[in-house]
Design a protein around this ligand. Structure first.
Ligand SMILES: [Zn+2]
Ligand SMILES: [Zn+2]
Length: 412
């Protein structure tokens, strides 16, 4: 109900600003086009309201729209939850395990990260999502993921209506010269007279909406599976990268440590229940987290501090082995690279074989980093930083990485 109270209260009116961004504008337009065309197609042509099936179909279409918008606006307006400004742990001693955020003037609670777009430290930050123009994190994780599930389901229903409307309406008009068998698939087995004919404009609108619905089903459906993986492992995409660097650090220094990711509670269902609850609010306060018995509250933050002091893992050196043209969804780099392009406005960078990159974070299919530049470029203050497909690069082995090799082995 937070969404409704947020609308009623006038002091929250400034929140309307969140809508003024290409992400929500496009997302809401797609929702509006698909649901209104599906509703019109149904009640005028395919499945009129004076039949029981038609009424049920109509109620279901309305239902999808309401549920999708409810979860969408909740994800957007509830937000991820921010760490209070100037936050510090109750026990002063524990500050030694935490990083300090200069912008928020407070310590970064476990699992929180500072988002440059939101300009706040975000609880259990996963990523900043341009489609909701907000971060996806602790408080809105369930709403965000429900939206990612409901949008494709609604789109599949709508796509069915679009296809059937076009098929049944064009059925009488196109003669299938090559086929003697005709199957009548209209929902209403009677001659009805629609208030308007299915004209070219209606056909074009239906075809356009079908394209949007199918595109949304594939793209958003993929995002749903990614988020379900995040939830059932209780490991955000940022944390997956920290874990990767932890393993890298331990292997390099041969410290013999065993890194156990602290927030995975052991079972998928256990992890799922942390995010999805009947009340709609996830478990916990977003600051203190239940952890694996081998770990404690600061296992991950201590690892982050170790990585911060270790120049070598802060960025990992990669060599470009395949050219990349800088496209958001590049063709010819594999389906996963195409579909799992990072959901962010951060730039993509062109790569040419032989270049070197310092990567600072990444996902399974994409990485983010700084290109190593020539001295001339550095003098001019050039900085080339952004995302690129992981398959275009190869990790450098440190013994072979010449001049920029790590200074000396530290004993940790
Ligand atoms: Zn901050
Ligand atoms: Zn953000």
């Amino acid at each position: 109900m937070n969404f409704f109270s947020a609308i009623v209260k006038f002091e929250n009116l400034h929140e309307v600003r969140r809508l003024c961004h290409w992400g929500p504008v496009i997302a809401l337009t797609v929702i509006a086009v698909c649901s209104s065309v599906a509703i019109l197609d149904s009640i005028i042509w395919y499945w009129p309201l004076d039949t029981t099936g038609g009424s049920v179909n109509f109620i279901m279409l309305i239902n999808w729209t309401v549920l999708i918008l409810y979860n969408y606006f909740n994800a957007m307006y509830m937000g991820p939850g921010y760490i209070p400004l100037q936050w510090k742990p109750d026990n002063q001693q524990e500050t030694m395990y935490l990083q300090f955020c200069r912008i928020c003037q407070g310590y970064k609670a476990p699992r929180s990260h500072h988002c440059r777009k939101c300009n706040r430290c975000v609880m259990k930050m996963d990523h900043h999502c341009p489609w909701i123009n907000n971060c996806c994190g602790h408080l809105n994780h369930a709403y965000f993921t429900s939206f990612l599930l409901l949008a494709p389901l609604g789109c599949i229903h709508a796509a069915f209506i679009f296809i059937m409307t076009m098929y049944t309406e064009l059925y009488d008009r196109i003669s299938f010269g090559w086929s003697s068998v005709k199957i009548d698939m209209s929902a209403v087995r009677r001659v009805h007279h629609p208030i308007m004919p299915f004209n070219v404009a209606a056909f074009a609108a239906t075809l356009f909406a079908l394209g949007l619905a199918l595109g949304t089903t594939i793209a958003v459906g993929m995002l749903f599976f990614i988020q379900m993986k995040v939830i059932t492992r209780n490991k955000t995409s940022i944390e997956a990268w920290i874990e990767e660097k932890a393993k890298d650090r331990i292997q390099y220094y041969q410290t013999g440590e065993e890194f156990v990711f602290p927030y995975d509670l052991g079972g998928r269902w256990e992890n799922f229940k942390q995010v999805f609850t009947w009340s709609g609010t996830p478990e916990g306060d977003g600051i203190e987290w239940p952890v694996n018995e081998k770990c404690h509250q600061y296992t991950l933050t201590i690892e982050q501090l170790k990585q911060k002091t270790d120049k070598r893992v802060r960025s990992v050196q990669y060599r470009v082995v395949e050219d990349y043209n800088g496209a958001c969804c590049p063709l010819g780099k594999g389906l996963n690279t195409f579909f799992r392009t990072p959901c962010t406005e951060e730039p993509r960078i062109k790569l040419t074989k032989g270049e070197t990159i310092f990567a600072t974070r990444g996902t399974k299919w994409w990485m983010y980093g700084d290109k190593v530049l020539t001295e001339e470029q550095i003098r001019d203050g050039v900085r080339i930083r952004g995302w690129f497909p992981r398959r275009c690069v190869e990790k450098c082995h440190y013994d072979s990485a010449n001049n920029s090799a790590p200074e000396e082995k530290k004993d940790l």
